[in-house]
Design a protein around this ligand. Structure first.
Ligand code: ADP
Ligand code: MG
Length: 304
């Protein structure tokens, strides 16, 4: 599972992100996202129960934790794709509770999915165009004034082609998304996210299922988001990648934030090892949770 990829250049880590001691729910110097008492239950199961968490602006934060910890559910809640039982959160100083996903996206918070959501029966270019926000053509009144939206459509297309070129997908622009490999679809999803000029990009397992030939490129793209001034929050199981590119790590287990800190220091926190051990022990007998064992090995390696 470990890709052992290293970015082409050594990433410059952003430090000095938190106030006071690093730990679950610690304050940040300049948080872009602040969540309080966000809870989501499914029947009797508490999937997310986050008392307080802040995501630092302008940095790359990794959200880690064993399968079932609640990472995807927290992403869904924060981006309006799911509704919490209770809780409030704000993005860039604006409350996001009860704001639907499409509006959250327009406010500058974009997420990608663990399982890619590119529309298979649309071309790569059309997938990109769907990512553009505030399209004049969407508005019925303005759609009677084609000169307005045609100009905008040209601009959107030019922007899409420029981003596709950066992601080396420009030669595929007229292909159906269905014809892309899993890794290329992940790239397309990230590329599409950039169409709306987000300020916060949330990536749910961007590397999962990606061919090693493409992981390097994905990793460089994540670093590129930061260098362009965006904030990144990403879920990832590959601890090598987390250590290489994350400025900050937040650890979830059983719905709660159990540790936070600098990537190297947080991985030595016994709470992190406990989180993975706990999840491993709870796994049904017979299901070998190799991913957790792999993460544990990497955590132990880091201590040496
Ligand atoms: N729609 C759902 N219905 C019922 N249970 C769910 C649903 N979504 C997630 N869960 C449960 O919530 C817990 C957290 O899941 P998830 O957020 O996907 O974890 P992670 O992304 O950390 O692996 C798991 O126990 C999962 O089975
Ligand atoms: Mg998940």
């Amino acid at each position: 599972m470990s890709s052992n990829v290293t970015p082409t250049s050594t990433p410059v880590k952003t430090t000095g992100l938190h106030v006071g001691d690093a730990g679950p729910g610690c304050r940040k110097v300049d948080p872009i996202l602040i969540a309080d008492n966000v809870r989501r239950t499914f029947g009797g199961l508490t999937a997310v129960d986050v008392e307080h968490v802040e995501v630092p602006r302008g940095a790359i934060t990794a959200l880690i934790g064993p399968n079932g910890a609640g990472k995807t559910t927290l992403f869904n809640l924060l981006t309006g794709f799911d509704k919490p039982d209770s809780g409030k959160w704000e993005f860039d100083g604006r409350s996001l509770a009860h704001v639907p996903a499409y509006r959250v996206a327009r406010m500058g918070l974009i997420r990608t999915f663990q399982l890619t959501k590119s529309l298979a029966l649309l071309t790569v270019l059309d997938n990109m165009k769907l990512g553009a926000k505030g399209q004049i053509g969407e508005n019925l009144f303005r759609s009677f004034l084609p000169f307005l939206w045609r100009k905008q459509d040209d601009e959107i297309e030019a922007k899409a082609l420029e981003i596709l070129a950066r992601f080396k997908l420009d030669t595929k622009k007229d292909d159906y998304a269905a014809s892309l490999s899993g890794g290329q679809r992940k790239l397309l999803e990230m590329a599409r996210a950039l169409m709306s000029d987000p300020t916060l990009v949330m990536l749910d397992e961007p590397m999962a299922g990606v061919n090693p030939a493409l992981t390097q490129s994905l990793l460089d793209h994540v670093l590129d988001l930061k260098s362009k001034g965006m904030t990144v929050l990403f879920v990832e199981h590959d601890m090598h990648m987390v250590r290489h590119i994350a400025d900050w790590v937040i650890v979830m287990a059983e719905g709660k934030i159990v540790a936070e800190g600098d990537p190297h220091l947080v991985m030595q926190d016994p709470a992190v090892i406990d989180a993975y051990l706990g999840a491993h022990h709870d796994a049904d007998i017979g299901t070998t949770d190799t991913e957790h064992v792999e993460v544990l090995k990497e955590l132990i390696d880091d201590e040496q």
